[in-house]
Design a protein around this ligand. Structure first.
Ligand SMILES: Nc1ncnc2c1ncn2[C@@H]1O[C@H](COP(=O)(O)OP(=O)(O)O)[C@@H](O)[C@H]1O
Ligand SMILES: [Mg+2]
Length: 256
């Protein structure tokens, strides 16, 4: 029998990389203030490395992540390593090992760096301070400093460190380089690359150079729906597709 040709845009549920997924989302819908902001999202997060969640502003990337965390009302099926977590409240989702690094960092400004880390410790689990201080030596030096007095980049490091501290099975990281100076974008990218060696990451990221460097897989949303699933490099190397789905030109002659 001749194998069926592989479609340019793989269908949801198609093999991603090794075919192993840590997180699987099917038919996700989500609501904010009575408005449906996620209409139908299917996505898989590969069991290793970085899966990028891409799309223009306002398409529902943050809402998708919040829905997975149970932070906004949702329907659909969400599986973590084969376990149905669809109906669980946020603290249960977190306890099962889904780490969340929110878009606006949400560090506790009045608390010190070390207090921000201690408050994030998940009870009953080992805490990976060695890993965190290896990745972020600056946080050790600034352990006693109020987090509100840190730069944006340093606050992002605290936010990432809080998630990495716990033994998570997957991290959901929302726009970690947003608003950062180019040098810090590089630095956060390098930290994420090292973090992804330890824990699989679903990464929302507008900087396509960072996506190119980090992500193996890409899922693209438009209007609250997932419309493309496939290899990140193949997507970024297709100027017609990136133009149509992201409104930016990439590829061999593009800027990224
Ligand atoms: N708190 C809110 N109240 C009303 N609408 C919201 C709220 N948060 C998000 N939305 C709307 O939901 C849609 C998806 O937003 P969001 O998930 O933040 O998109 P993205 O992260 O892709 O930029 C947008 O149309 C946005 O205006
Ligand atoms: Mg967002």
């Amino acid at each position: 029998m001749t194998p069926a040709p592989v479609p340019e845009t793989a269908a949801p549920g198609a093999v991603v990389g090794s075919g192993e997924h840590i997180l699987s989302v099917r038919g996700l819908t989500a609501h904010v203030a009575g408005q449906q902001v996620v209409e139908h999202v299917d996505l898989e997060v590969a069991a290793t490395g970085v899966t990028a969640l891409l799309g223009r502003n306002g398409v529902g990337k943050t809402s998708t992540i919040k829905a997975v965390m149970g932070l906004i009302g949702r329907t659909g099926r969400i599986d973590l390593a084969g376990q149905d977590i669809s109906g669980l409240p946020t603290h249960k989702v977190a306890q099962l090992g889904v780490g969340y690094v929110p878009e606006d960092r949400e560090v506790f400004s009045a608390l010190t760096v070390s207090e921000n880390l201690r408050i994030a410790e998940r009870p009953g689990h080992a805490h990976q301070y060695d890993l965190v201080y290896d990745l972020f030596p600056e946080l050790k030096q600034r352990a006693g400093q109020a987090a509100g007095t840190l730069s944006g980049g340093q606050q992002q490091m605290v936010s990432l460190a809080r998630a990495l501290l716990n033994d998570n099975r997957v991290l959901l990281v929302d726009e970690p380089t947003k608003g950062l100076a180019p040098r810090l974008v590089q630095e956060v990218g390098q930290v994420l690359a090292r973090a992804a060696e330890v824990v699989p990451v679903l990464l929302v990221e507008q900087n396509l150079q960072v996506v190119r460097e980090l992500a193996q897989h890409a899922v693209v949303l438009t209007g609250g729906r997932s419309v493309h699933h496939g290899a990140a490099a193949a997507f970024l190397n297709d100027p017609e597709l990136t133009q149509r789905l992201l409104g930016v030109s990439t590829g061999a002659e593009g800027s990224v």
